[in-house]
Design a protein around this ligand. Structure first.
Ligand code: HEC
Length: 98
């Protein structure tokens, strides 16, 4: 197979594997913090926008998602990644209502 066709196939596969998220309005998209969040929270549903909850609310939501993982036999998020998921969500969380 000509080299350029092989290269083209590889490029197509790479694009397919790293398809961008459907939403394009996440804060800090493309940063390592965002990429970690996206990787950890996209197995079951589209990752929520951080503005879905306040910083005070996020930890309990994350804890509930760990339970969903266990129920679904998906290994829980490791502590270091968990801290970074929490950092991302609380940094860009919705402002407190009061
Ligand atoms: C194992 C599957 C699974 C994974 C992985 C998962 N979720 Fe969920 N998520 C669910 C299910 C099931 C619901 C609906 C039931 C509920 O709200 O607990 C849900 C609902 C939600 C909701 C809407 C309900 C609410 O309280 O606002 C948010 C926000 C959310 N998930 C955030 C996250 C975040 C953040 C992560 C990554 C830490 C994550 N999810 C990873 C299964 C999952």
């Amino acid at each position: 197979m000509p080299a350029f066709i092989a290269t083209l196939c590889m490029a197509v596969m790479l694009v397919a594997c790293s398809a961008p998220p459907e939403r394009t309005d996440y804060p800090d998209m493309g940063s390592p913090l965002f990429n970690n969040y996206y990787a950890q929270c996209s197995q079951c549903h589209a990752p929520s926008l951080p503005s879905a909850h306040t910083a005070a609310e996020w930890p309990s939501v994350i804890a509930r998602m760990q339970l969903h993982r266990i129920e679904s036999r998906i290994p829980p998020i490791m502590a270091a990644d968990m801290v970074r998921v929490r950092d991302y969500l609380t940094r860009y969380a919705r402002a407190d209502d009061n």
